[in-house]
Design a protein around this ligand. Structure first.
Ligand code: NAP
Length: 270
């Protein structure tokens, strides 16, 4: 992301913008651009990006389910030892954020056998999935063994993954302690709270693709904590070719007088 000075310049250099395109599915970095003109803002929605996010979500749920870290440690120590083996159906995956990315992820988690529930600002109806709206967060957390966040970063979701939320997660799952998986935005995390919960055993594990500060500092405890998978904001990277095809399609629509798709609600922040 360019420095704020460069970011101001970017907007000033293009004074007659009709539409602004975000280079990613998230728009938090665009909405904070100084001098952002009051024109429609379109975010990136792409089949391949959606399917790669599902791969990351399913892979991480499976790695925690199959206690992959523990087996890796045993293999390194040449220890032949089996662990308990619950199946996916014993685990309820709670997905926070039921937008574009959720349908594919929830469907693929279901194929693997996981029970899925979901939480979003407005109530959603998804076949076979218990859903909760913004006011029902505590009920959603109480049923969640693996928490998957696919939330955008907004004023409301900033710091939402904190000690209070972690304390409300279910401890009735097969591993006793819940797991946090965040592929949304790092600004939703309170790193200190998550680290403390992992150290105390309140959280049994985590998979974090995004961080409050990126790149993650080499001294961060996240790198070395047991049962924590760190990836460098690559759960679903934007493919540049697909991004240009998407922008071209929207420009064609705009020039033909058709409504733009995937418009950002600036007031809601996503
Ligand atoms: P989306 O279609 O805009 O969906 C956002 C979802 O979050 C909606 O269901 C929305 O609720 C819900 N939400 C927003 N604010 C909320 C709040 N305060 N309380 C409860 N629910 C709230 O977004 P998407 O395409 O699924 O993408 C989600 C985010 O993933 C992006 O914003 C981006 O930050 C992140 N992302 C990360 C990567 C990566 O590589 N790590 C890649 C792509 C995307 P409603 O349905 O009620 O509106």
């Amino acid at each position: 992301m360019p420095s704020s000075g460069n970011r101001t310049l970017t907007c000033l250099r293009a004074p007659d913008l009709k539409v602004v395109f975000s280079g990613g599915a998230g728009v938090d970095h665009v909405l904070t651009l100084p001098g952002l003109p009051d024109v429609p803002l379109v975010r990136f929605v792409d089949r391949s990006l959606t399917t790669r996010m599902s791969e990351w979500v399913v892979m991480n749920c499976l790695m925690h389910l199959r206690q992959h870290r523990a087996y890796e440690a045993r293999a390194k120590a040449h220890v032949w030892e089996d662990l308990s083996q619950p199946e996916a159906a014993d685990v309820t995956v709670g997905v926070m954020g039921l937008g574009i990315l959720r349908l594919d992820a929830i469907r693929k988690l279901g194929v693997m056998g996981f029970k899925t529930i979901g939480w979003s600002r407005s109530k959603k109806v998804i076949d076979g999935v218990e859903t909760f709206d913004g006011d029902e967060l505590d009920g959603f957390l109480a049923k969640t063994d693996f928490l998957v966040s696919l939330l955008p970063l907004t004023a409301e979701t900033k710091g939402i993954l904190n000690a209070s939320l972690i304390s409300k997660l279910s401890r009735k799952g097969p591993f006793g302690a819940p797991v946090l998986i965040n592929g949304g935005r790092g600004g939703s995390q309170v790193s200190m709270d998550i680290i403390a919960a992992l150290q105390s055993g309140l959280l049994g594990g985590a998979s974090l693709d995004v961080f409050e500060q990126e790149p993650l500092d080499s001294s961060s405890p996240f790198w070395d904590l047991d049962n924590v998978y760190v990836t460098p904001h690559v759960a679903a990277s934007s493919d540049v070719k697909a991004l240009f095809v998407h922008a071209e399609q929207q420009m064609d629509r705009f020039e033909s007088g058709l409504p733009l798709e995937h418009l950002v609600d600036r007031k809601a922040g996503y």
